[in-house]
Every structure is written in C-alpha cells, then in structure tokens.
Design a protein around this ligand. Structure first.
Ligand code: GDP
Length: 295
C-alpha cells in the first residue's frame, strides 16, 4: 500500500542522490508528499502539523544509510513515528478478571455501539467465557429491542427490565444477575444521543460512579472524520476512558480520524470495526494501520 507514496518520494528525492545527509531543504518535497498523504487520509490539520514537525526533527541530520535510498529512509522514519503516535505496542486484550468484568460502552447514536456490544460478546464467547448484554439505553424503546436482536444473533443473553426508567438500577441489577449466574463479562449498552449533551454525560458519569465498570470504551464512527475527534474529546473529558473502538473502517476511508482521536485524547485504540457483521471486529495493530493511513 505504500507504493504510491514511495513512487512520489522517489521523484521528489531525485535531487538528493549522492547527498549523504537528510536536511530540511533536501527533504522539503518529500515531506510535503507525506503531509498531503496524511491530509488525504483525513488526519486533522493540527495533528498533521505536529506530526510533520516531529518527523522533520527526527530526520534532519541523519546520515543516509548506505543500504537504503533516501526516500526509503524517510518512509521508515515516517512509519516509525506513525506507529508510535498510533500507540506503539498496543494491547487489544480485554484483561478479564476472575470475578465478573464489567465493560461500559458509550458513544453517540449511530456510531455502532449496539453492534459493537454484540461483536464483543461474540469475541468473549470465542474465548470460552460467558457474556451478558445489558440494555441500559432507556432513551429509545427501540434500543432495547435492537439489543435483543443483536444478543440473539450472537447467542448471548440480554438483561433488560420492562418499563424501567432508571438505567443505573438496570446496570446494577445486571451485574448482580451476572454474579448470581456464573457470567464472566457484563457489557453495558448505554444510551447514545445524536449530539453530546450534558444529560447524557451526567448519566454516564453516574453509571461510572455507581456501577464502577472495569473498563469504559468509547465507540466512534470512523467515517465521521473531525466529528469523531470532537466527540472523543468530549467523552474523554467527562469520563476516564480506557479505550476507543473505531467502527466502519471497512469502507474506503483511510482512517486518518483514528490518528487524530489518539493524538487528541491519548486514549488507546483497542479495536476497529470492519463490517456490519458480528465477526467484524479486529484487534487494533498500529503497525498495520500505519501503512493504511499512508496509502
Ligand atoms: P448505535 O446507535 O451506536 O448503537 O449504532 P448501531 O450499532 O445501531 O449501528 C449503526 C449502524 O452502523 C448500523 O447500521 C450498523 O450495522 C452499522 N455499523 C456498526 N458498526 C459497523 C462497522 O464496523 N462497519 C459497517 N460497515 N457498519 C457498521
């Protein structure tokens, strides 16, 4: 996938042949190409600027290794810095406890939260553990129904209370139910909203405080670019997020928003959604993603 950028770099570096050292001026054209590749991949402008600055600082003054062409060396530096920014050695495991592990899922409506709850339940049962989905989105009656459909499709029980109005009590009861019934993991499907609002954040904070989930995961839509970044920032300011799951990366999008989300929040990316189907959840690997972003 690096081919097109490398082709471009090859011509940008034609003048560099025979020069022994990477300098700001002889790298200018090459760096411009890298910058454009990142912008095309939908990485936000501020993040691109900060990243390019870092790469330039790393590269300037480096001797061109005899075994490499200068463009290969620069791509190597860019790639390394990208992997670092994406999270270096990522850890996409769920760290399940001996006791019941509670995962709180949050995100804006339509981000793919309920679908991702199902995907996680499938992953957990593949590991030989028992999951329970908890219908804590009482905002929309259809949400509870939808979770039941998802639960059925992944063969996972769903805890819901008919006519319930207090999502905190529903979560607490679900955790109790799990403890009493030998369930390993409870996945809380919390309410989404079309936009960030104070009431939503307050509800999540209260669940966080009273139910004490072991992990809080934010689900963001990878197709929404800068919106994904803004919502990730708002959720992370309100909650102590443990991980981000970015969905809908099965399309053409190069996924630059993911780089911006990581840069802006500092929260590790744990999984990526790669299809509408229940097995479309992949552990996130920074090294594989770096080449996708560079295109
Ligand atoms: P929620 O409102 O956040 O719970 O979102 P849903 O789980 O209902 O998902 C919204 C839409 O996005 C549905 O049509 C899902 O099938 C779709 N969706 C979720 N995750 C993915 C994904 O990784 N890839 C694709 N292509 N579609 C997804």
């Amino acid at each position: 996938m690096l081919e097109s950028l490398q082709d471009g770099l090859q011509s940008a570096f034609r003048t560099l042949r025979g020069q022994g050292r990477l300098t700001e001026s002889n790298m200018r054209d090459g760096l411009k190409l890298v910058e454009n590749a990142l912008l095309e991949a939908d990485v936000s402008y501020d993040v691109v600027k900060a990243f390019m600055q870092e790469v330039s600082e790393k590269a300037v003054g480096q001797d061109v290794l005899k075994s490499l062409k200068p463009e290969q060396q620069l791509v190597g530096i860019v790639n390394e810095a990208l992997i670092e920014l994406l999270g270096g050695d990522s850890d996409p495991t769920l760290h399940l406890k001996q006791d019941v592990t509670v995962l709180m899922m949050c995100g804006l409506q339509g981000a793919g939260k309920t679908t991702t709850c199902g995907k996680l339940a499938r992953l957990i049962s593949k590991e030989g553990k028992k999951a329970l989905l908890c219908a804590a989105d009482l905002q929309r009656p259809a949400a509870v129904q939808q979770l039941h459909i998802v639960g059925k499709s992944v063969d996972t029980p769903v805890y819901s209370e008919q006519g319930a109005t207090d999502p905190i009590a529903v979560c607490q009861n679900a955790v109790k139910h799990a403890k009493d019934n030998g369930i390993d993991v409870v996945i809380l499907d919390t309410a989404g909203r079309l936009a960030i609002d104070e009431e939503l954040m307050q509800q999540l904070k209260t669940i966080d405080l009273k139910v004490q989930p072991d992990k809080a995961f934010l689900v963001v839509d990878g197709m929404t670019g800068q919106d994904a970044v803004n919502s990730a920032k708002a959720f992370n300011d309100a909650l102590d997020l443990d991980g981000v799951i970015m969905t809908k990366l099965d399309g053409d999008a190069r996924g630059g928003a993911l780089l911006s989300v990581k840069h802006v929040t500092g929260v590790p990316i744990k999984f990526i959604g790669t299809s509408e189907h229940m097995d479309g959840l992949d552990p996130f690997h920074p090294d594989r993603f770096a080449s996708r972003i560079l295109g």
